[in-house]
Design a binder for this molecule. Sequence first.
Ligand code: HEC
Length: 267
Amino acid sequence: MKRGKGLTFVGDSRIQKYDKPKLNRDYSEFPGRTEEFYPDFLLKEWITGAVFLIGFLCLTVAHPAPLERVADATDTGYIPLPDWYFLFLYQILKYTYASGPFNVIGAIVIPGIAFTALLLAPWLDNKKDRHWKRRPIASGLMLVTVAIIFYTTWESVAYHDWEQQDAQGQIVFSNLDAEDPVFNELIRTNCTSCHGGELAGGSGPNLIEPEYDAATVEAFVRNGVGDVMPAFEDQLTDDEIVAISEFVADLEEVSDDEAQNTPDSGE
Ligand code: HEC
C-alpha cells in the first residue's frame, strides 16, 4: 500500500482521491492473471463451500441443539434463557433498579439509551481526527460498554442455575392426561406453576417420579410442604383435594409410545 505524502483523501474520510477515473481495464492487459469463470473459478468456489459445509456439519454433530419438551405457556416454573449474545441484556433485568417495579428502566430505558447513542454515533463523534486516542470520549464510552457487556455476560453465566436449566426442559413421558378435568383443577390451583406444566418439576419437585399413595399426597396438599408450598386445606373442597391427590398419585413415567402427555400420543 502506498503511504505518506502526496496522498489526498475525499473529505475527511479515508477514501483516497484518484485523478484518473478508475475504469475497468481490459483483461488482456493482465496476461496469466485471469481465470475463466467456468470451470476454474466455479470449482474453487464449490470446494470452499464444501469445506465450509463439512466443518459446519461436524460442529452441529459435536454440539447438537438440545431438544426440550413442548413449550407450555401455563408453566411459569420454566425459566427461559436467551442465547448467549443476549445474556448481558438478560442480566441487566436482574438488577434491583432494573427489575420488578423498575422493569421499564431495565427493559426500555437502558437499552434505549445505548442503542440510540450507537445510532447517533456518526453525528456525535464527528471530529476530523480519526485516531482513537484523540477521541477520548467516544473511545472511552466504547471501552466501558464492551467491559459492561463482558462483565454482565460473565455474571449471567456464573449465577445461572444450570442444573435446574437441564432438568426443566427434560422430556418426561408420563401417563398424565391433559384432557382430564382434574388436571385443569391442578392448573387452576397453580400446582403447575411450581411443579412444571407437565408436573415433571419446575421450582418445585417432580410429581411424576415419586411413588406416593393418594393419602400421602392428600396430606401434602392439605398441610403444605416445607416453607414454599402452601396448604390448600382452606382453598379447595374435600372432593377436590381427594380428586387432585388421586390424580397425582396415579402419575408415573411410561415408555415413549405409551405416553399420554405428548400431543401426538395417547390415541
Ligand atoms: C408455590 C409453589 C407450589 C405450589 C403452588 C404447589 N407446590 Fe407442591 N411443592 C412445592 C415445593 C417447593 C415442594 C417441596 C418442598 C420441600 O420439599 O421442602 C412441594 C412438594 C410437593 C409434594 C411432595 C413431593 C416431594 O417429592 O417432596 C407434592 C405431592 C406436591 N407438592 C403436590 C402439589 C399439588 C397437588 C399442588 C397443587 C394443589 C401443589 N403441590 C402446589 C411448591 C409448590
